[in-house]
Design a protein around this ligand. Structure first.
Ligand code: PDD
Length: 287
């Protein structure tokens, strides 16, 4: 069930009452950006970082931020308060608003601002213990994957390929190199070294990706950010996917081949535990 109370253009209201004009450019062109912010025990996690990424996405599509960071923060807390559940997944969407249909930007823009809350569903213990299966595919998305655009048709088509194959995610390669998954970032472990593709226009700069790197560095785990070939992924000891909702999850089968020993590896188990500790510490400080 989605949230009972949502925020739309200045007002909180029941989800059923929320309406957006059919000419909204978000509907017509997918002309907008979004964020997904996890809240644990009613505290938004890494909110400043999510707001910074939102600003970067807005700048990338040349759309003014309709709210200040202080306003986003206050609205986020209010939305969390008005919805049930201690752990929530907060969704923001900003579009270029309603306008006569024409590809170029309208001269007068009235952004549509939408926020909703969903229950935050993190992976069940069985998935953490056993890992998940993934398939692979060619990354056929556009070349601005660093923007969190609502134009997600490429990601949706790719995710459906995974679902059709009974897999949790699709790990993607572009020109023979690892990019990311349809809704998560990807890490691998080779020779005990944690590897991830560098941040550039080919991947979303994940907030969880940053947390994992921060934790690895703080705990002196060897880590390298560099281009990773398809061969390196297929012969990795471990593969992980990370996102705000999946947190850190081990991939134990790739295209029906076991990854390493076919079970979550030691580096994953260490990182998963450190991630949970990190979360607890941050949340305790926020409380
Ligand atoms: N997706 N890459 C892509 C393509 C994503 O869609 C996401 C997140 C990530 C991980 O980013 P983060 O760690 O900031 O959640 C990487 C969200 C959860 C979504 O679209 O629902």
């Amino acid at each position: 069930m989605a949230s009972d109370t949502i925020y739309l253009n200045g007002e909180f209201m029941p989800l059923e009452e929320a309406r957006v004009p059919v000419l909204d450019r978000g509907f017509i062109f997918g002309d907008g950006v979004y964020e997904v912010v996890p809240a644990y025990s009613r505290h938004p996690f890494r909110l400043a970082e999510h707001l910074k990424r939102l600003q970067n996405s807005l700048d990338g599509i040349r759309l003014a931020n309709p709210l200040s960071d202080a306003e986003w923060t206050a609205l986020t807390h209010e939305l969390i308060k008005r919805n049930d559940g201690d752990d929530q997944s907060i969704y923001y969407q900003v579009t270029r608003g309603p306008a006569k249909r024409a590809h170029e930007f309208p001269l007068e823009v009235k952004q549509t601002v939408f926020m909703m809350s969903n229950p935050l569903v993190t992976p069940p213990q069985a998935q953490i213990d056993k890992g998940v299966g993934c398939i692979t595919a060619t990354d056929f998305r556009w070349l601005k994957c660093d923007l969190k655009s609502v134009s997600l048709l490429g990601n949706c088509l790719l995710k459906q390929m995974a679902v059709d194959a009974g897999a949790a995610e699709v790990v993607m390669f572009r020109d023979g190199y690892l990019t990311e998954a349809s809704a998560s970032n990807v890490f691998i472990v080779r020779n005990g070294v944690l590897l991830a593709p560098p941040k550039n226009h080919l991947i979303l700069p994940g907030i969880t990706y940053d947390v994992v790197i921060e934790i690895a560095k703080a705990n002196k785990m060897p880590i390298e950010l560099r281009e990773i070939s398809e061969h390196e992924v297929r012969t990795a000891e471990e593969i992980w996917v990370t996102s705000s909702t999946k947190e850190v999850l081990a991939v134990t089968m790739l295209d029906d081949e076991p990854v390493g020993e076919g079970k979550p590896g030691g580096t994953f188990r260490r990182m998963h535990a450190l991630y949970q500790d990190f979360k607890q510490t941050v949340m305790r400080r926020a409380a």
